[in-house]
Design a protein around this ligand. Structure first.
Ligand code: C2E
Ligand code: CA
Ligand code: CA
Length: 543
């Protein structure tokens, strides 16, 4: 007979309670009105790992983990009911997870204690499987979102999303298994950089994320983003072969971007970062192709082009054999009337998406050719390099526009260099417009070179390649980068191409490049990008 089923007036004595718990299939205690143990069955002794004699007279609540005591006491005082996930603390310190069920047997209380430790472990395993990534052992996207949702709304926090560039190609070239090995290595390198300062998670595909604790400022996150990018510049090893991985990083901030949108904004910024030269982008409305703010900024850009808010800076390209300035590269800047100076990484992607890249490039060409004409008239016969977006080549009128602008400014076509990012060459339909441009007599330069094999260039009318600054920056300290630089120079010369190194930041690198036979160099060591006036001054001083 169950204690609760007793007849009215049928007072249970202690012996009857003892008999009752003796047959139970779970651990059970009999407590007096003060909550002290007066009896327990064999299973209770096993559960607590203590002989009954040592338990008699103790409060059951004293056997519980301090954090669970309050909840359990509520139940014990109510004298009826059920409470889950209560930890019993054994003398040796070990914990047993239990569910407690209390039944009144006046004046006693019978408490059944079910050991759910195994079940709890299983639940934890399932939770881990649901919240952690199998491959890297890192928390996954679901876990990250839980953490973002739990953040206090009152304090600033920062999220970085790190995307690997062209990881699909690596997977295709080396196979899935090697791709996985590489991801594991990348995960541990990221751990080294961010584990102390942020929660690192693996998102779907080739993305990772770092969530910074509340109170982190944007500037700290930018420093970490830079550290991550530079940590990935050293090659990885897959089946004994060196593999280079490049990443881009999107950064979003709270409260600037509301809580739930943090991940979406970081993803949009990542998308923009993939097209930028710096490798990381802080989310701004310009990253978002859908917001009215972005449309507003693009409206501003349209006006900016018409009203000369854009301006150009020029960075000299120097012949490494003669030391002569052979040309300058035009780099666009935007002085927005309400914001600080906006770098091209912030507005080029939305300009590409909205088609504004067409008037923008024509504006840059016009201004650059105008300045070049002035230098030529002053007797400084240097080349002018202008950056193109692959989208410019999709405009069938573009080659004619270039020819027209050249003749309008009286600059011979051979002085104009058009720089096209290497990623643009993956589209074979760009071959025809490039061939038309090449026919005019302008030089075709492949920018940001070094990630793919020379086979990509087959059939394209290329005059010059520019080794990406990632490889040049640390070729003095990193063997693998030095190998990329050397083999690019050698192979470039085999194909009769002139080879330029960009991002030359010190004397040592410049000397090394000269020894390797590199044709020309550009970088902060030689000169930062300069305004047209500052450039004229710089040229005079050099002469
Ligand atoms: P890019 O063509 O690779 O240009 C080189 C970038 O590296 C420039 O950044 C330049 O300021 C920077 N740089 C120069 N020397 C060094 C150095 O020694 N070390 C390092 N770490 N960096 C150096 P910027 O001006 O912010 O331009 C970023 C990118 O924006 C350019 O990369 C180019 O892809 C694009 N861009 C700039 N102007 C235009 C333009 O008029 N039209 C188009 N379509 N793209 C442009
Ligand atoms: Ca360039
Ligand atoms: Ca470049």
């Amino acid at each position: 007979m169950k204690v609760s089923e007793r007849e009215p007036g049928d007072q249970p004595d202690q012996t009857r309670c003892e008999r009752l718990v003796a047959y139970m299939l779970d651990a059970a205690f009999v407590l007096d009105q003060q909550g002290k143990i007066v009896h327990g069955n064999k299973l209770a002794e096993v559960l607590v790992a203590s002989p009954l004699s040592a338990l008699i007279g103790q409060r059951l609540s004293d056997l519980l983990h301090p954090a669970d005591r309050d909840v359990a006491l509520l139940l014990l005082r109510k004298s009826e009911g059920f409470v889950r996930n209560i930890r019993i603390q054994r003398k040796d310190g070990s914990l047993v997870w239990t569910d407690l069920m209390a039944t009144r047997a006046d004046p006693y209380l019978v408490v059944v204690v079910r050991d759910v430790t195994e079940q709890k472990r299983l639940e934890e395993t399932i939770h881990r499987m649901a919240c952690y990534d199998d491959l890297t052992g890192l928390p996954n996207q679901r876990f990250l979102i839980e953490q973002i949702n739990a953040l206090a709304e009152s304090r600033p926090h920062v999220l970085l999303v790190i995307g690997l560039d062209r990881f699909k190609e690596i997977n295709a070239a080396f196979g899935r298994r090697c791709g996985d090995l590489l991801l594991e290595q990348i995960a541990s390198r990221l751990k080294e950089v961010v584990e102390k300062s942020a929660l690192l998670a693996r998102l779907e595909g080739d993305r990772f994320a770092a969530l910074f604790p509340e109170g982190t400022e944007a500037e700290d996150a930018v420093q970490v983003a830079k550290a991550i990018l530079s940590s990935l510049e050293t090659s990885f090893s897959v089946e004994g072969l060196p593999v280079w991985v490049r990443a881009s990083i999107g950064i979003s901030l709270f409260p600037e971007q509301a809580g739930g949108a943090l991940l979406r904004c970081a993803d949009l910024a990542l998308h923009a970062a993939k097209k930028s030269a710096v490798g990381y982008v802080l989310y701004s409305p310009a990253c978002d192709p859908q917001t009215p703010l972005q449309l507003e900024l693009m409206g501003d850009l349209a006006r900016a082009i018409e009203t000369d808010q854009l301006f150009l800076v020029y960075q000299p390209k120097i012949d490494l054999k003669t030391g002569q300035v052979v040309g300058v590269e035009a780099l666009v800047r935007w002085q927005h009337p309400q914001y600080e100076l906006i770098p091209p990484s912030e507005f080029l992607l939305p300009a590409e998406q909205t088609g504004l890249i067409h008037p923008l490039t024509l504006w840059v060409l016009k201004r650059a050719l105008g300045d070049c004409q002035a230098w030529h008239q002053a007797g400084v016969k240097i080349n002018i390099a202008v950056n193109l977006s692959p989208r410019n080549l999709q405009d069938p009128k573009f080659p004619d526009d270039v020819a027209h602008l050249l003749s309008e400014h009286g600059v011979a076509a051979s002085f104009l260099e058009l720089e096209i990012p290497e990623r643009g060459l993956r589209e074979y339909r760009l071959l025809e417009p490039l061939a038309r441009l090449s026919k005019i007599g302008v030089k075709i330069v492949i920018d940001d070179f070094g990630y793919s094999v020379f086979g990509t260039l087959r059939g394209f009318p290329v005059d010059q390649i520019k080794i990406d600054k990632v490889f040049i920056n640390d070729m003095a300290v990193d063997y693998d980068s030095a190998v990329v630089a050397r083999s690019t120079i050698e192979l470039g010369h085999t194909f009769h191409l002139s080879v330029v190194a960009e991002g030359v930041e010190d004397r040592e690198t410049m000397d090394r490049l000269t020894d390797l036979g590199c044709d020309a160099a550009q970088g902060y060591h030689l000169s930062e990008p300069l305004s047209a006036e500052a450039l004229a001054q710089w040229l005079r001083e050099r002469a």
